[in-house]
Ligand binder design. Structure first.
Ligand code: SAM
Length: 274
């Protein structure tokens, strides 16, 4: 059994305790800047937290056309990896709203980011997701607490990779509602096309063995562990069906594509509201 499988087999609350304990020695002694959480609290992935946030900001600018004055919505804001990067780019005219289903991440961001950057706000939205929590309301009925046409730029990094098809479909309809005409949604996915379906068989841990036709799961018990969508389904049923346009796709190296030819690990979709 892989380490990842063992981790997923633990009850949700145990996963956090396991992480806290594992990183305790580092967290007690290592130095961090004010926008970096203790390692044991980072439930959103591994690697250099601040460096990744800065690299993502560069991608938002270069691939999505993010401007310092933009009003930004970060869906699944986690524990502030993306927000921390954006604090170094958005100016006083710009602003940021993030929401997430994990209260501990939202509280950390409010305490450490909003306190220093009052134009950055974070909201706790208790919605169900079997990777992150056991309870909560259904995400596929959730109306985003924002006005129509409010945002210039919407971000979802490694969030649609943890949501089921009906949830993603509904979120894209809400994104269409809250984003202004001409606005850009920068969203990452695992996209299944001929090349990735062939390539992923060779990549340990990313072969998505559970096939549901238009999507595949990494784990059948923890469904939100990781999900990959068929390219046609994503384009037609999720994006075009919500009156959005897939402007560009930048395929990532998760499925064995050459790293030197890719922008990132996950696939990046640049989606425009017409
Ligand atoms: C892999 S983490 C990525 C976090 C952050 N976007 C980043 O890149 O650092 C996925 C995040 O999505 C959040 N999430 C899961 N389901 C969600 C939902 N229905 N609505 C909003 N956030 C959700 C999780 O709580 C978690 O913080």
């Amino acid at each position: 059994m892989s380490l990842r499988k063992i981790f997923y087999s633990l009850p949700v609350s145990w996963r956090y305790t396991a992480r806290r304990l594992y990183y305790l020695p580092v967290d007690l002694f290592a130095k961090r800047d004010a926008l970096t959480p203790p390692k044991g609290m980072i439930f959103t992935g591994s690697g250099d937290f601040r460096k990744q946030g800065r690299e993502m900001t560069e991608l938002f600018k270069r691939l999505g056309g993010l401007q310092p004055r933009h009003r930004v919505l970060d869906i699944g804001s986690g524990i502030g990896r993306i927000a921390a990067g954006l604090t170094e780019y958005l100016d006083a005219k710009g602003s940021y709203e993030g929401f997430d289903v994990m209260e501990r991440g939202v509280l950390w961001c409010q305490k450490n980011i909003t306190k220093r950057f009052p134009n950055f706000n974070f909201l706790y939205t208790p919605l169900k997701n079997d990777l992150y929590r056991n309870d909560g309301a259904a995400a596929e009925n959730f109306r985003f607490p924002y006005a129509d046409d409010e945002f210039d730029f919407v971000i979802l990094t490694s969030v649609f990779t943890h949501m089921m098809p009906e949830e993603v479909k509904h979120y894209l309809s809400e994104i269409e509602r809250v984003m202004r005409s001409g606005g850009i949604c920068f969203a990452t996915f695992f996209i299944l096309d001929e090349t990735s379906e062939r390539g992923m068989k060779e990549v340990k841990g990313f072969d998505f063995p559970y096939d549901y036709g238009h999507y595949r799961l990494m784990d059948d018990k923890v469904k939100a562990a990781n999900i990959a969508f068929k390219k046609e389904y994503l384009q037609e049923e999720l994006i075009a069906a919500n009156n959005l346009k897939l402007k560009n796709l930048h395929l990532g190296w998760w499925s064995g594509r050459g790293r030197d030819k890719c922008e990132s690990f996950q696939d990046i979709a640049i989606i425009k509201k017409l």
